[in-house]
Design a protein around this ligand. Structure first.
Ligand code: SF4
Length: 357
């Protein structure tokens, strides 16, 4: 099968086989990638117009009990600076964000036992009570189904949990033995089952990754059908055992964004900060390849640099207002615009009626 036929197949049936995905990722030419990009951009425009949703990212804890080999926040990194934000500090970030037009707050942190269910539910309830027109997204790692339920009933709307790779052996080479892909996947299915708008995702170009493991990731996305999918190039961190590994390819990441847009036309697809770090125009390119979400940072500037998942992360020095101004300008420069909107996942029916979840 020719690569161009695989692109047509994905556009028409929203899926391909594992060998087809792997072949496409490996052999797509620049001309074919441009064809794929145009199809993905057209699909994104049909579903979202030129509107880009913004999410205000609040990195509230740099403490983590896990030891993922690629991550600067992993517990065994003695050089990491650890901090925790109080509820008042988090609410202050929301206050700043609300005035700047954010209607989604993403609370992201390491797996930090300090933030028990009670602590997190209290924070979520306070945000929802102060900002009832806003969505709250959580990204706190793996928890029990009971814990997810409590967070959901406290008012959280969405949950991000990247699976990072859906190949068992590959997962084992990126994580210590006590972590399991099976549990991670189960968490994702639990989140969907509870009713969260659920986000999965993976790194592109992580050590030991192959075109086949990436094809496996696409098949998993097709199986889970998440409402959101975050992908970004792997970027090494100086205090990890992968410090000398090559960073992931921006081209490959963009190719995958376009493929995912064609697989799930409605999906909320961010142009990630990692993409913007790997390429100074990465987020703009991400949008042109089918992404429709950006996540500017609302965390207090004093702590930004300490939330160091990978090296040279962008936007660690600017106040939130500067970030949004910069982001608006970037997005305008490619003919799109930022909107003040919760930006929920919408199921679109053929008769054009939207059902929001
Ligand atoms: S990737 Fe997430 S879970 Fe793993 S060490 Fe880093 S912060 Fe913790």
């Amino acid at each position: 099968m020719k690569t161009i036929d695989i692109i047509d197949k994905i556009e028409n049936t929203h899926i391909a086989s594992k060998p087809e995905f792997a072949y496409l990722l490996q052999y797509i030419t620049d001309e074919e990638l441009e064809i794929l990009r145009k199809k993905a951009q057209k699909t994104s425009l049909e579903h979202f117009g030129n509107k880009i949703y913004i999410r205000g990212l609040i990195e509230f804890s740099s403490v983590c009990k896990n030891d993922c080999y690629y991550c600067g926040l992993r517990r065994s990194n003695k050089n990491a600076v650890r901090y925790r934000l109080s509820k008042e500090q988090i609410l202050s970030c929301c206050n700043t964000g609300y005035k700047l037009g954010f209607r989604t707050f993403v609370l992201q942190g390491g797996e930090d036992a300090y933030y028990t269910d009670d602590v997190m539910c209290d924070i979520v309830k306070s945000i929802k009570s102060d900002y009832p027109d806003c969505a709250v997204t959580l990204s706190l790692g793996e928890r029990s189904k009971e814990s997810f339920k409590k967070l959901f009933y406290a008012g959280a709307d969405r949950y991000l949990l990247r699976h990072e790779t859906s190949d068992e052996r590959h997962y084992g080479r990126l994580h210590p033995e006590e972590m399991s892909l099976e549990n991670r996947k189960q968490c994702l299915f639990n989140l969907k089952d509870i009713g969260f708008q659920t986000g999965a995702g993976f790194m592109v170009g992580s050590p030991y990754q192959t075109y086949e493991t990436l094809a496996e990731d696409l098949l998993f996305i097709n199986e889970l059908k998440p409402q959101m999918c975050g992908i970004g190039p792997f970027i090494p961190h100086k205090d990890t055992k992968f410090k000398n590994e090559k960073k992931g390819s921006v081209r490959l990441c963009l190719t995958l964004l376009s493929i995912i847009r064609l697989m799930q036309p409605d999906i909320l697809l961010p142009a990630t900060t990692a993409l913007g770090t790997a390429d100074s125009k990465g987020r703009e390119k991400g949008i042109l390849y089918g992404a429709n979400v950006v996540m500017p940072n609302l965390s207090p500037v004093a702590h930004r640099a300490d939330y160091s998942l990978y090296d040279n992360k962008i936007c660690t020095g600017d106040e939130a207002a500067e970030c949004i101004k910069c982001m608006s300008g970037r997005i305008k420069s490619i003919g799109y615009e930022i909107v003040t909107d919760r930006g929920d996942y919408k199921i679109r029916k053929k008769d054009d009626k939207n059902v929001q979840i």
